[in-house]
Design a protein around this ligand. Structure first.
Ligand code: MN
Length: 197
């Protein structure tokens, strides 16, 4: 299954870079408001240059003076399925793609429709996942690190670790090289991580 990734990026302005793997590259759109779960919302998606598949793992700060300077987090990622009979390449060339996302946050069908030049609309399809909350607002954290975009900007410790899962704490403990982490429960991991910070 081809991959998708959504990177929240605060450059000149905040946007969510929506990327679909097509023929070994990430086709990309910048979505100023991020994806919506509501089929009545038509989210502007500006087509931007293709990005390499490797870029989809990038999280951190693009330096001052570089294009797109500012913090980036991997907001969601997973796989997608083309819902149309034609190939994704053909669908995008024709300006109307439909696909099913299986991410860590986003699930269900979306469509991308070109309206004019680089302007596209990203719209949730009507299915069992439609109208199920507002993950852009309620789940701001990175799926890689648990950090928010503000956390990356300020270089603060990962957001949400205090109320995080054991997996998040374990990953934090691994980064801090805490010995014996494999056998620790969640509260032991929390204490060990707090002590190291
Ligand atoms: Mn961007």
């Amino acid at each position: 299954m081809p991959r998708f990734v959504i990177q929240q990026h605060h450059a000149t302005s905040m946007h969510w870079d929506f990327r679909l793997e097509v023929d070994g590259t990430f086709k990309s759109w910048a979505v100023p408001k991020g994806p919506s779960m509501r089929p009545r919302d038509k989210r502007l998606a500006m087509a931007v240059d293709d990005h390499s598949i490797g870029w989809g793992d990038f999280e951190g700060t693009i330096g001052e003076g570089e294009y797109g300077a500012g913090p980036v987090i991997v907001w969601d990622r997973g796989s997608y399925e083309n819902l149309r009979d034609e190939s994704m390449q053909e669908a995008l060339a024709a300006g109307h793609a439909s696909f099913w996302l299986e991410g860590e946050k986003l699930h269900g069908g979306w469509s991308l429709r070109r309206t004019d030049g680089r302007r596209w609309l990203l719209v949730k399809r009507r299915d069992e996942h439609a109208d199920s909350g507002d993950p852009v607002a309620t789940r701001p954290e990175s799926v890689l690190s648990g950090r928010t975009i503000e956390g990356v900007r300020e270089g603060t410790p990962p957001h949400g670790v205090k109320k995080g899962t054991r997996d998040q704490l374990y990953n934090e403990a691994r980064k801090l090289n805490i010995e014996g982490r494999s056998s620790m429960n969640k509260s032991q991991l929390q204490r060990a991580v707090d002590a190291k910070r």
